[in-house]
Design a binder for this molecule. Sequence first.
Ligand code: DQA
Length: 159
Amino acid sequence: MAKKTAAPSTVQAGYTAARILVVHGPNLNLLGSRETDTYGVSTLEDINAALESLAAELAVDLEAYQSNSEGEIVSKIQSARGRFGGILINAAAYTHTSVAVRDAVLAVSLPVVEVHLSNIYKREDFRHRSLLSDVVAGQVVGFGASSYLLGLRGLAELV
Ligand code: DQA
């Protein structure tokens, strides 16, 4: 009689698929008071709280991180390898300028979803180019704070 073998488990020791890193880029710490006509009145704390409650519904864990510094964002993305199953990122102005953030996204080989509060394609020309758009799994733009929630729903399908 053939020996029964256990089905291969998708859950390995220390596997962190259900953990999602949320990265907020420069100036997003000022949300709520910064250019409210463009970015709305939700603060970063409001957005993180809404993400936490959606994460509970989707049965994923979140860690939210904000930095105004390109190098710190690169280091944080690098540190996600092996610790998180995916990354939700609003790289803010670095979206349009940072080869280093793009390279970090490529280096970690994790599903990444890019979000923006505003519709970057309806704004100044320099915002139309995202250096992340072709290396991320998907992009959500223009829905205000809901862009993050829609992005999290999409990313949760991938982790
Ligand atoms: C932003 C759009 C960027 O162009 C801008 O630099 C930001 C915020 C957004 O969420 O709409 O800081 O990423």
